[in-house]
Design a binder for this molecule. Structure first.
Ligand SMILES: Nc1ncnc2c1ncn2[C@@H]1O[C@H](COP(=O)(O)OP(=O)(O)OP(=O)(O)O)[C@@H](O)[C@H]1O
Length: 342
């Protein structure tokens, strides 16, 4: 029998680890700092510590974000990251004989899904078994929904790099769409705007702070003062930014999201969409915490919106639930490459 069982949501921004019997034990930024090249390459920091180095590190240190738009884009860096995390969660140099349940985006190719299993299979973890579960299924369990009985559930997971819109019915995924934008795109939009409008350079971390404080999907009057570098004088200074200048920059993205959900509903068989109308839409993911997002979408799509309580952890709670109930999890497991789970 496997010694320990983990459920993992490898998010673009944040990795969430659930340990059977304990709950969510770790949330870490999906970032790894390495030095050296080729075989000499080694990780010197991961997670928050690595993210702290972002935009500050000298050229000899590479700060990498190994997942991009829901896909593992730097597998070797991701394996290094997981080796470090494995030590952290086990308290030992190596974590071995464990079982892993991994939540993966549903609307990516089979090869891209298998890349998630490779993160643990190629690591020092030496797993006993790895199971891939489509993230919308994990989300549904994390939201506490009875997906076996319900004839129509629509989940919108608004993440860092992607929004995954999914329809489930009677225990299966009816359709799913991974829309290539998320909360990080807001950060880039804010950074570019401040540069152009104020001739002022801010880092992405500062842009994220501005987003958290100022962006809302409902009218809002708020300000934040941030530090950055004056492009003309080359010196550090402060700038005060208002919500009324930031919100119009992202309203198009909100509208596009509402349109994408509406279009998914339009292409859904009437029996299912009727049930969705009855249940309302389920909204989750870190970006769904933007103030007023639930009210905005409800207004635009004319359907009740149920906002998740613990939006950033929904998929991790769900994959954790499945790790606690292996027989149930088996029903949803995406087959692995044959040789990988022998
Ligand atoms: N209170 C908040 N208001 C607005 N945005 C937030 C808030 N809290 C977190 N975010 C944003 O949520 C995003 C992270 O969400 P989440 O952890 O669900 O993403 P992820 O799982 O890492 O990414 P993905 O689902 O794209 O792989 C980040 O862009 C972060 O800035």
């Amino acid at each position: 029998m496997a010694k320990k069982i983990f459920g993992i949501d490898f998010g673009t921004n944040v990795i969430k680890v659930y340990k059977k019997g304990e709950g969510i034990i770790l949330l870490e930024r999906t970032a790894v700092s390495t030095v050296g090249k080729g075989k000499a390459k080694r990780a010197i920091a991961i997670g928050e510590k690595s993210f702290e180095m972002f935009e500050k590190a000298p050229p000899s240190i590479d700060v990498c974000f190994p997942i991009h738009r829901g896909v593992v884009s730097h597998l070797d860096d991701m394996v290094q990251l997981w080796n470090y995390m494995g030590q952290k969660i086990s308290g030992k140099k190596k974590i071995s004989h464990c079982q892993f349940y991994l939540a993966v985006p549903a609307d990516i190719t089979e090869v891209e899904k298998q890349a998630y299993s490779k993160i643990v299979l190629k690591s020092e973890s030496k797993p006993k078994k790895v199971f891939l579960i489509n993230k919308p299924i994990a989300d549904a369990y994390g939201l506490g929904l009875d997906i076996e009985k319900s004839k129509g559930i629509l989940i919108a997971n608004l993440g860092a790099d992607t929004c995954e819109l999914s329809i489930l019915s009677l225990g299966g995924l009816v359709s799913t769409k991974l829309v290539p934008f998320g909360g990080n795109d807001f950060d880039h939009t804010i950074q570019n705007y401040i540069r152009k409008k104020y001739n002022f350079v801010i880092g992405l971390k500062t842009a994220e702070q501005i987003k958290m404080k100022l962006i809302a999907a409902v009218p809002k009057e708020e300000t934040i003062t941030v530090t950055g570098r004056d492009l003309l004088k080359g010196l550090p200074r402060e700038v005060t930014v208002r919500s009324t200048e930031i919100i119009p920059l992202v309203i198009d993205i909100f509208e596009k999201l509402a349109n994408d959900i509406r279009s998914l509903l339009e292409h859904t068989p009437p029996e299912i969409s009727h049930e969705i109308l009855h249940n309302g839409i389920y909204l989750t993911g870190g970006t769904s915490q933007i103030e007023g997002m639930d009210r905005y979408l409800a207004n635009q799509i004319k359907i009740r919106v149920n906002a998740a309580q613990n939006a950033q952890k929904t998929a991790a709670e769900g994959i954790g639930y499945l790790a606690e109930h292996p027989k149930l999890a088996l029903k949803y497991a995406v087959p692995l490459d044959k040789k990988d789970n022998e």
